[in-house]
Design a binder for this molecule. Structure first.
Ligand code: 13P
Ligand code: SF4
Length: 348
């Protein structure tokens, strides 16, 4: 392990300003310690346009690398240490199916604006850009949902119905103004029987890692640790988030852990999200407060990026033999539109 780590450090030195290693908060510690930039999805996307290095090595799942490649400067290359690290939720909205549904919704005579969680593939982002929509992350979903509501008669939020529902709650959009679409392989299932006139239409997707938390888990942990504080990622079900004391993006969870450690020492903080992040926070604030996971939650795809694979990527970059992430040229302009609409609406 030490050899791998030392070899990475030496290659980083050799590549110098030509290299920038980025990593998502869910990466394991052996990877995170080599990253020049870490962040949640929003922060990582925001940082890309400011990077001058010729090579960006992105430690995260595929859609994150694609977004980085989309926002990178001409001539810059993006490399993923593990090309098969793929967010399963990002595959729940195949672009042709989303297009079909958007056409069916347009046929009802209403202007429906698609708002896609950044956890989607490039082809989907392109469809969203084409239909006048934008991308959002868990950190800015509230701002972006308000933005999307102002652009038309209704919004199609995709693919995560839980993030959509949790965000709608914060904006006071009631349950009877929302509808989780019934979608089949050919488009909307019996559209005439669905309340398509609702303000917020939700794609029926979710993150299996976060959706497995139940309100009972929150109740049980509160009973086990009386007086504990419980926070979670908004990809959890609405009933779970309602049972929590706070919810937000991975960066929110990190900030909240630091706040509790500084202002409420001795507190037990329960965090409902991917466990790599929870264990890192527990270690960081050990001695100040106790941080525990709400339950078992490991994203197997994030875990596919290892220190060894990072080293192999850096070796091939240094040897000039790396094959950068290829993104389809024709999808770039509309997909970029959906990302830049987000960056502009959020003050970049
Ligand atoms: P963040 O946008 O909070 O970084 O989360 C991304 C993600 O994949 C959560 O499961
Ligand atoms: Fe995707 Fe869920 Fe993994 Fe996040 S935790 S990358 S949403 S599968």
């Amino acid at each position: 392990m030490q050899d791998t780590s030392a070899a990475i450090a030496s290659l980083k030195k050799q590549l110098g300003a030509n290299l920038c290693i980025m990593g998502h908060h869910y990466q394991n510690d052996n990877v995170v310690r080599h990253c020049d930039i870490t962040g949640d999805s929003l922060e990582l996307a925001r940082r890309v346009p400011g990077i001058d290095a010729a090579h960006i090595v992105f430690c995260g799942v595929y859609f994150m690398g694609e977004s980085a490649a989309l926002l990178a400067k001409p001539g810059q290359s993006v490399h993923l240490p593990s090309l098969d690290a793929d967010c399963l939720m990002s595959r729940m909205t195949p672009a042709p199916l989303a297009r079909k549904v958007l056409e069916q919704l347009a046929a009802t005579g209403r202007k429906i604006i698609p708002l896609a969680y950044v956890n989607t593939d490039l082809a989907l982002k392109a469809v969203v850009g084409e239909f006048g929509g934008a991308v959002c992350t868990s950190a800015n979903a509230r701002i972006m949902l308000r933005w999307a509501l102002d652009q038309g008669d209704g919004v199609l939020f995709l693919p995560d119905r839980h993030l959509g529902n949790n965000t709608a709650e914060t904006l006071g959009i009631s349950q009877d103004e929302r509808h989780v679409l019934r979608v089949g392989a050919a488009g909307l299932v019996q559209p005439e029987t669905q309340p398509l006139d609702r303000k917020l239409l939700l794609w029926p997707g979710c993150c299996a890692i976060h959706a497995r938390f139940e309100p009972d888990d929150v109740e049980a942990i509160r009973a086990e640790y009386p007086g504990c504080r419980v926070i979670a990622h908004p990809e959890c079900r609405q009933e779970v988030i309602e049972a929590c004391d706070g919810a937000g993006s991975t960066s929110y969870l990190i900030r909240e852990a630091a706040r509790v450690a500084a202002e409420e020492p001795g507190t037990t903080l329960i965090v409902g999200t991917e466990n790599n992040l929870v264990y890192r926070l527990a270690e960081r604030h050990a001695g100040q407060c106790r941080i525990l996971p709400l339950g078992h939650a490991i994203c197997g795809n994030m875990a596919k990026v290892t220190e060894k694979k990072l080293l192999a990527t850096l070796q091939s970059v240094a040897a000039g033999a790396a094959s950068p992430l290829h993104i389809e040229e024709n999808l770039c302009p509309p997909a970029r539109l959906s990302l830049t609409r987000m960056l502009e609406a959020c003050g970049n």
